[in-house]
Ligand binder design. Structure first.
Ligand code: PGA
Length: 251
């Protein structure tokens, strides 16, 4: 299966010039990489500019709205994302859930529209520290997955990507142990298999995200069996991000 390395720039950088600089430096650094799908998810307002020359890089968005058009001030339609060369859309990120009160129903509506428009959702799920302490990880993940995928047909689900992002590992420097990530990976495959059959479970990419860097990235592939990573902070540091990609590419 193809490997994925997804950069989530979040609300960074603060100028278009800097966005272009990071993008172009990354593009140059990965120009000979063929075995990894490297996706950059910049702020919406950079997309038009960056789509001009993407090289090996693919473009993703960090969110979108669940309607195609209309009176929704401040929201972004998946249709205009498609028009701007976007292929992937991060949905259900824990920052969207926590800060912007996005619940499973809202995320489900977004996933359904994004899949209908033939974009690829990177559907983020993950337990927070309290839920982990209470040993509720599996319960939380199962609910997020099943509610997020309610009404999603087997035909549409083939474009889905799942990202396991434990909330306690995001931006904390406390990355998840690969053995823990492996257990979650197996659990997620089981849920997908129960809902969509074994074949879909085998072909749905499952990614890890949360404090990934060039030192800790390999075990997520080699031990946890993940097929990709979602990288926040380290994706803005071009040298480090390229190192992550090359480390995975060579392994
Ligand atoms: P981090 O963010 O790599 O900075 O922990 C990951 C994410 O939020 O997707």
């Amino acid at each position: 299966m193809k490997k994925f390395i997804i950069a989530n720039w979040k609300m960074n950088p603060q100028t278009l010039a800097e966005a272009k600089r990071i993008f172009n430096a990354t593009k140059l650094g990965v120009k000979n990489i063929r075995n990894i799908e490297v996706v950059i998810c910049p702020p919406f307002v950079c997309l038009d500019n960056l789509q001009q020359a993407t090289g090996n890089l693919k473009l993703g968005a960090q969110n979108c709205f669940f309607e195609e058009k209309g009176a929704f001030t401040g929201e972004i339609s998946p249709l205009i994302l498609k028009d701007l060369g976007v292929e992937y859309v991060i949905l259900g990120h824990s920052e969207r859930r926590r800060i912007f009160n996005e619940d499973d129903e809202i995320i489900n509506k977004k996933i359904k529209l994004v899949l209908k428009e033939k974009l690829k959702p990177i559907f983020c799920i993950g337990e927070n520290q309290k839920q982990k302490n209470q040993e509720k990880t599996f319960e939380v993940l199962k609910k997020q997955v099943l509610k997020g995928l309610t009404g999603v047909s087997r035909k549409l689900v083939k474009n889905l990507i799942i990202a396991y992002e434990p909330v306690w590992a995001i931006g904390s420097g406390k990355s998840c142990q690969s053995s823990y990530a492996q257990t979650v990976n197996i659990f997620l495959k089981k849920i997908i298999s129960q809902k969509y059959g074994r074949k879909t479970a085998q072909t749905t990419p499952i990614l890890y995200g949360g404090s990934v860097n060039s030192e800790n990235v390999l075990p997520y592939f080699q031990e946890a069996g993940m097929v990709g990573v979602l990288v926040g902070g380290a994706s803005l540091n071009t040298k480090e991000f390229i190192k992550i990609i090359k480390t995975v590419s060579k392994a």
